[in-house]
Design a binder for this molecule. Structure first.
Ligand code: SF4
Ligand code: SF4
Length: 182
């Protein structure tokens, strides 16, 4: 068999240019074949669901939106070391580090903190490498938090600390803590 006629999938069909018969030119058989395929699918199990009325159970390994964690005293854990940004294959993370002032001990756990921390959700592929790289257990991809919502403005997909930092009451109240992705 020559290279031109070989088919990797074995499903290659030679196309013929022969003239159509009268019956073929009416396309009746072709239309009926198409209708039959449609009807056959009516009785099959549907792969779609009526979201948002119905929701699917998330996979045990589902990774949702990131959360910048606080410790049990409500202080931000992140020390702006940049390891998460370095390990991110999508280059989705940016941050600005600042030194903690003496009167900010109750806000930030470490001497250095991220005054700006942003994740571009359009770039993120939810791989979880940022979570694995973090030496301070400061960033997690949550299971229970909502998915990143759709939007029509690209700017709205850049999530800053206002969207990422764990709510204060969640840090203090153990019953509210989010489920982390495994
Ligand atoms: S989940 Fe992956 S792609 Fe998304 S910010 Fe973290 S390291 Fe980057
Ligand atoms: S989230 Fe973790 S890895 Fe990223 S800058 Fe903060 S402390 Fe460093």
């Amino acid at each position: 068999m020559s290279i031109e006629t070989m088919s990797l999938s074995g499903r290659k069909k030679e196309v013929s240019n022969k003239k159509m018969t009268f019956l073929e030119s009416l396309y009746l058989v072709t239309i009926l074949k198409g209708l039959f395929i449609t009807i056959r699918h009516l009785f099959r199990r549907k792969v779609t669901i009526k979201y948002p009325e119905q929701t699917r159970e998330m996979s045990p390994v589902y990774r949702g939106q990131h959360m910048l964690m606080r410790d049990e005293e409500g202080r931000e854990r992140c020390t702006a070391c940049g390891l998460c940004a370095l390990s991110c294959p999508a280059e989705a993370i940016t941050m600005k580090a600042e030194e903690r002032k003496p009167d900010e001990m109750h806000l930030y756990r470490e001497e250095k903190y991220a005054s700006i921390y942003e994740i571009n959700m359009l770039r993120c592929i939810f791989c979880g490498l940022c979570e694995e790289a973090c030496p301070k257990q400061a960033i997690y991809l949550t299971k229970s938090r909502t998915m990143v919502r759709s939007n029509s403005d690209r700017e709205d997909f850049i999530f800053g600390k206002d969207k990422l930092v764990m709510p204060l009451d969640m840090a203090i109240d153990n019953t509210k803590k989010p489920q982390m992705a495994k």
